[in-house]
Every structure is written in C-alpha cells, then in structure tokens.
Design a protein around this ligand. Structure first.
Ligand code: NAD
Ligand code: TDX
Length: 339
C-alpha cells in the first residue's frame, strides 16, 4: 500500500508516519509538507532507516500543479493532516487557515478524483461541533456543526467539502474527528507542551480565564491507531469520532504538570480569556468502537508521565522552536489578549 500523507512533519502526521513505517513492512509513504512554522524536519530524522519506503516532497497542498504531479504517482490513499492547527493564531489572522484548510482540501479532493485514488481520509477535529454545556452528553457524529473559531470554521468547511465530493462524485471519502491530542513532538504553543516547557524554564504558566474549560484528552498514538483503523476498515462516506473519554479542566492539567515536575503553583498566571473560547469538548467514540473495534489504550496519567519525560529528554528540540517566529507570535498574541 502506498500512502500520500500531507502535513507529515507536524505533530500528529510525524507520529503517524513513524508508527506506520515501523508497523507495516509492505507500506510506503510520500510525505507532502510545506514546512511552515509548525513543520519540523527533525521530527522524522529516523525515517532514513526506511530507504525508498519514505519519500519527502516539500510543497503546498494548495499548489494545483504539484499536487497533480504527486497524484500521477498513484498513491492508494491520501491522508490529509496538513492544516493550520492553532486556534489562537486563527484569532490573530484567519487568512492562511482558510487557504490551507479549505482550498488545500479542495485541491487534494480534486486530485483524488482526477487520478482515481482509492480513498481520501480527512483528519478533522471535535471543534467543528462547537461547545458543550457541563451536563450535555458528549458529541456524536450526528451533532450539528457549530464551529466557534476561525480555525474550527475552516475545518468544518473542509469536512463539508469532503462530504460533498463523496455525494456528488461517489468518491470514497472518510472523515475522522478527534479530540485534543498530547504526546511527543507536539509544538509548544499547545496547552500541554507549553505548560511542561514553561514549567521546566520556571516561566509563568498562562491559564486563560478561570481555567475551568474542559478538554477530552487522547494520546497521539491512540489517535494514529484510530486513523489506521478507519483508513483500512472505515465505510465510505462515514464520519468517525475519536476520543479518549478523558475529560479534564485545564487548571487541573496545569496543576498535575506542576506537581509532576515538582514546581510551585505560584507559576500559574490567570490571563485574559481567549475570545470565543469553547467551554467544553467531549467525544462519544462508540461508533468507532462498535463498528471497527477501536478503543483508546493509553492511560492519561501514564501518557502524561511519558510525555513529560520526552520533553525533559528533548530540550534541544523545543528550545530551538521557542525562538524567532515563536517569540514574535507570542508577543502579538499576548498583546492582542490585553487589548
Ligand atoms: P501541526 O500544526 O503540528 O502540523 C501541521 C503540519 O502541516 C505542519 O507540518 C505544517 O508544515 C503542515 N502544513 C501546513 N500548511 C501546509 C500546506 N499549505 N501545505 C502542506 N503542508 C502544510 O498540526 P497537528 O496538531 O499535527 O494536526 C494535524 C491535523 O490533525 C490537523 O488537520 C488538525 O486540524 C487535526 N487535529 C489536531 C488535533 C490536535 O489536538 N493537535 C486534534 C484533532 C484534529
Ligand atoms: O496558553 C494557553 N492557556 C490556556 O489556558 C493555551 C495555549 C491554551 N489554553 C487553554 C485553551 C483550551 O481550553 O487550554 C485548552 C487547550 O488549548 P489548545 O492546546 O490551544 O487546544 P484547543 O484550542 O483545545 O485545540 C486543540 O484541539 C483540537 C488543537 O490545537 C486543535 O488543532 C484540535 O483541532
């Protein structure tokens, strides 16, 4: 089997490529990634061992000609991870989110159609469903889409396009919607790696608002296993929720991390809330469990211990990231939060 993975130098894409190459000897991967601020060549330094089973192409998923050329290499499946993925950045400026997340998906879907690629897997998110109240049941695949941030609106649009291509052109499209991931190789702008790395550096831990927002956490390797399952066994035209059934208030995650690192609670700083901040996400992943036999395996406390260990052991990796573009972004973001 030959896969075209887009966005494979990011957090989830690189974990996916590593585990797939390791697990399946008969599988090869083309990785198309633009290497934006979030893409990191170092994430896949170990793939050299896999010889011609791995090929990297630097490029933009919105580039019609390039994507067409790659389409003629006849991958069996396209898995679209490539995206602008950070909500806060979409609040500062949504233009790149609309371009990559919507137009990029359209270009890939057209490529799939033109080259008769067997299957298209769209990697989406729980955020397309909007926000839950404290006693609402978790989202199912039948919930309406009510995105609240430019990021989630762009992901919802891409989901709609993917669905439309299935209906209009009878293409084999499947959509996965996952909750918040954590684990190794996550860019330290996201909550868990930001809090771990700031705590290690004895820097303030910025908690938005009252810190009582809830996220449903899943280890990235459980997510990757779910994508593999859906890619192989999912039914064309279906949507599959993926979640860890592991709801935590943000403030409890932050306290847990401080505790595990032996750092004081005085590092916590409540800052102004993110505009449009979704209060609670929770996923009902029964469909994936009942129809395709997947369930999450990694216990949150164990996963967090292993993740903290990874960030302690890979200081060079994240210290290099927390410079340059990242610092400029932080300045803009915290400046905008104050105003
Ligand atoms: P990430 O930001 O870490 O990585 C995104 C990757 O896409 C980077 O390597 C970047 O260089 C690449 N990219 C961006 N624009 C591109 C373009 N125009 N052309 C080619 N490559 C481009 O993201 P992530 O956290 O790994 O998320 C991967 C996917 O999973 C995204 O689609 C995201 O919406 C979805 N998702 C993420 C989470 C999460 O918790 N991180 C949860 C659910 C769904
Ligand atoms: O500094 C922070 N302080 C803080 O309180 C940051 C970065 C976040 N938060 C809060 C906001 C959220 O309630 O923590 C929670 C998690 O924030 P993020 O890590 O930015 O994730 P979230 O906005 O929930 O979106 C994530 O999950 C779904 C991913 O970034 C998306 O790509 C994915 O689709």
């Amino acid at each position: 089997m030959r896969l075209l993975v887009t966005g494979g130098l990011g957090f989830i894409g690189s974990n996916f490529i590593l585990t797939m190459l390791k697990s399946y000897k008969d599988l090869s991967i083309i990785n198309l990634d633009l290497i934006t601020y979030a893409g990191n060549f170092e994430n896949l330094k170990d793939v050299e061992n896999y010889g011609d089973r791995y090929q990297f192409i630097r490029g933009d998923i919105t580039d019609l000609n390039l994507v067409g050329e790659i389409g003629s290499m006849k991958p069996d499946v396209i898995i679209n991870f490539a995206a602008e993925s950070h909500v806060d950045r979409s609040i500062l400026d949504s233009s790149q989110f609309l371009k990559t997340n919507i137009i990029g998906t359209q270009v890939l879907l057209d490529c799939c159609r033109e080259h008769k690629i067997d299957r298209f897997v769209q990697i989406s998110t729980d955020e397309v469903y909007g926000s839950l109240g404290p006693s609402d049941p978790p989202f199912t695949e039948n919930n309406n889409l009510k995105p609240n941030s430019p990021y989630s609106a762009s992901k919802a649009s891409a989901d709609m396009l993917a669905r439309a291509y299935h209906k209009t052109y009878c293409m084999d499209v499947v959509i996965t919607r996952c909750s918040n991931n954590y684990g190794p190789l996550q860019f330290p702008e996201k909550l868990i790696p930001l809090m771990i790395t700031n705590a290690i550096q004895d820097q303030e831990l910025p908690v938005y608002g009252d810190g009582m927002n809830v996220r449903d956490w899943i280890h990235v390797m459980d997510h990757c296993r779910a994508i593999d399952t859906v890619m192989r066994k999912g039914k064309a035209g279906e949507i599959y929720n993926i979640g860890g059934s592991c709801e935590y208030h943000n403030i409890d995650i932050v306290r847990l991390i401080l505790n595990k690192l032996g750092k004081p609670a005085s590092l916590i700083k409540h800052v102004m809330d993110r505009p449009g901040h979704d209060r609670r996400y929770a996923m009902n992943a029964d469909k994936l469990a009942d129809h395709l036999g997947w369930k999450p395996l990694i216990d949150f406390e164990e996963g967090i211990d292993e993740t903290i260990k990874w960030y302690i052991g890979n200081e060079d990796w994240w210290r290099r990231i927390k410079t340059g573009e990242y610092l400029t972004y932080c300045e803009q973001w915290y400046g905008a939060l104050k105003n």
